[in-house]
Design a protein around this ligand. Structure first.
Ligand SMILES: [Zn+2]
Length: 400
């Protein structure tokens, strides 16, 4: 398929998403610079990456033009073509807030076993190794698994989401069986934590989340993004625990190699991914606030999985290596971004890490986002719900 045909196909898909029904329009055009932003051509053509091997916001054309915080593609359709904007979202909701949690830690504290795995992951040598061992031993004497609470992490989240009748995606990391990275998470599915005045292991916690109406998906390990066998193993692992297929994915550290990862996600048959975002800024990496099928620049094909771009993440707002906002700045910036998504009838995917809810500003920001979005008519949904909504409405046009 030529790039012109791909572009026309996407124009119709995106236009159809805007009006909520599938319609073909051959008279609609999209400027090449916006189309290239959308298919991530700059990222495919340019090999520059940051210290974690990732494409970050300073390299992006829309950041350099001062447009990273604007969904330019939705704006273009909104301003240039008359659209109906009815039935885009279920039950006449005006826009969608897709809620996701990367479960990097279950509790704010690590269990005995987690600390041992962390030590193993680091693989340091010489003097550093001795120092790391002493540090680990010192902390092991103070904390065991029974001290590891979820009261201020996952339990707090479940209570809050129940209050707002919100469904969320909880993405779990599978401890790598081979090829570990020092950045990988350290819990295993047999580790036990305090939950609801009782004890629960991670496998049962996943089942409990499903029971409460949430989505459970994979938070792919560092090496899974470039190795099909690893990602397939991790997907399989969670599916065996839940005894059902999982559909949702986000890569740990947003680790995403544009040449390899999309093909692996597709081959693993994930239906929806939300890795396309930044660790050190918020905004619209591909210029759009709607879910869409991924265009693979390597094979020049539209793949089957849907990308729900990550627009806002907690760490990018507060971290000292990122925007380093205080609570008021974070609140007002997030409002500006979500107001735009609402204006263009789009979807804002947010990421909050459960273990960071021990901090009051994370709890306050999260609750204010849910409260405002609900008040303004948002559909508070998970990745799984978002995926099935788009596929059910047949807005996506099957073939390539
Ligand atoms: Zn992570």
């Amino acid at each position: 398929m030529t790039l012109d045909l791909v572009k026309q196909k996407y124009i119709n898909e995106i236009y159809s998403q805007s009006v909520g029904v599938h319609e073909v329009h051959n008279d609609i055009d999209l400027p090449d610079e916006l189309f290239n932003l959308f298919i991530r051509k700059e990222e495919f053509d340019n090999k520059i990456r940051d210290q974690w091997g990732l494409w970050e916001h300073p390299y992006s054309d829309n950041y350099q033009r001062g447009k990273l915080w604007y969904p330019e593609i939705n704006k273009f359709f909104f301003e240039n073509y008359k659209t109906n904007f009815k039935n885009v979202w279920p039950d006449n909701h005006k826009f969608a807030l897709c809620i996701t949690h990367d479960v990097d830690q279950i509790s704010e504290k690590k269990t005995f076993c987690e600390k041992a795995r962390l030590f193993n992951n680091r693989r340091v040598s010489g003097q550093k190794k001795i120092e790391a061992m002493l540090k680990t031993l010192a902390s092991l004497t103070k904390i065991n698994s029974y001290g590891c609470e979820t009261e201020k992490t996952i339990k707090w989240l479940l209570d809050t989401e129940k209050k707002y009748e919100a469904s969320a995606s909880y993405l779990f990391h599978v401890y790598p069986s081979k090829k570990k990275s020092k950045y990988d998470c350290t819990y295993s599915f047999s580790d036990t934590y305090k939950f609801n005045k009782s004890k629960i292991n991670v496998a049962d916690l996943c089942k409990e989340l499903k029971k409460q109406g949430h989505d459970v998906g994979l938070h792919g390990s560092i090496h899974s993004g470039t190795d099909y066998d690893i990602m397939a193993y991790e997907k399989d692992f969670i599916e065996n625990i839940l005894e059902e297929d999982i559909v949702s994915l986000r890569q740990h550290y947003l680790n995403f190699d544009i040449r390899k990862t999309p093909g692996i996600i597709n081959k693993c048959k994930f239906q929806i991914d939300s890795t396309l975002g930044f660790n050190r800024n918020i905004g619209f990496r591909s210029g759009i606030c709607s879910p869409y099928r991924w265009y693979d620049c390597s094979t020049k094909k539209i793949l089957d999985f849907i990308e729900a771009p990550l627009i806002i993440q907690d760490a990018a707002l507060f971290s000292s290596t990122a925007l380093e906002f205080n609570l008021n700045m974070a609140k007002s910036t997030v409002n500006k971004i979500i107001n735009q998504v609402e204006k263009y009838y789009g979807c804002c995917t947010i990421l909050f890490h459960p273990h960071l809810f021990v901090y009051a500003e994370y709890r306050e920001l999260y609750e204010s986002i849910l409260e405002n979005a609900k008040k303004n008519g948002a559909w508070l949904c998970s990745l799984e719900q978002l995926n099935s909504h788009w596929r059910k409405k047949k807005i996506l046009n099957g073939d390539n």
